[in-house]
Design a protein around this ligand. Structure first.
Ligand code: GDP
Length: 173
């Protein structure tokens, strides 16, 4: 299992679509688990892994969100990686740092994915990437040392991220 987590509007649904919709053998469906679908969306992707689309967090999220996610993340023993989505236009926000601290606290292996890289100029994007890379290098323990900048619009970076996911889930062939 891998899961995707990020603020509302960061681009989770778009990224999941970009990553998995092109594979014709992959059947994307929403879990029938009652009561869960409103809070978290579970997608079964092919036979091999499941994607958990966490709801956005921040001021629009329910108050118990952190508790819920914490419980989920702690109890999932087969969670291979957590992909933490950060909007490349605005960089790491306060709500993102909450998720980062959570991953660090639970010693989860996680990866930062920068979304919507088509939206900013190359100069602005480079500035954000360097800033976030510096943050990862100096302030985190469990974060994968390389960022994955992607765009669900131009599909830039999607292939590499797809390969990375295949690799960590043991589906690389
Ligand atoms: P979610 O709430 O995290 O699932 O975010 P969505 O996937 O629904 O995306 C939120 C908004 O950002 C939508 O209007 C998308 O069209 C837009 N968006 C998502 N990914 C990208 C991207 O890579 N580039 C651009 N330009 N817009 C994007």
């Amino acid at each position: 299992i891998v899961c995707f987590i990020g603020r509302s509007n960061v681009g989770k649904s778009s990224l999941i679509k970009a990553l998995f919709s092109l594979a014709p053998e992959v059947e994307v469906r929403v879990s029938k688990k009652p009561g869960h679908t409103k809070k978290m969306n579970f997608f079964k992707v092919g036979k091999h892994f499941t994607v958990v689309d966490m709801p956005g967090y921040g001021y629009r999220a329910p108050e118990d969100f952190v508790d819920m996610v914490e419980t989920y993340l702690k109890e999932r023993r087969n969670l291979k990686r957590t992909f933490l989505l950060v909007d490349s236009v605005v960089g790491i926000q306060k709500t993102d740092t909450i998720a980062i601290e959570m991953c660090e606290e639970f010693a989860l292996p996680y990866v930062i994915v920068l979304t919507k890289i088509d939206k900013s100029s190359k100069g602005h994007l480079l500035k954000q990437v360097l800033q976030i890379q510096k943050f990862v290098n100096t302030k985190t323990q469990g974060c994968f040392p390389q960022l994955f900048p992607v765009s669900a619009v131009t599909f830039s970076g999607i292939h590499l991220l797809r390969c990375f996911i295949a690799s960590v889930t043991g589906n690389l062939d």
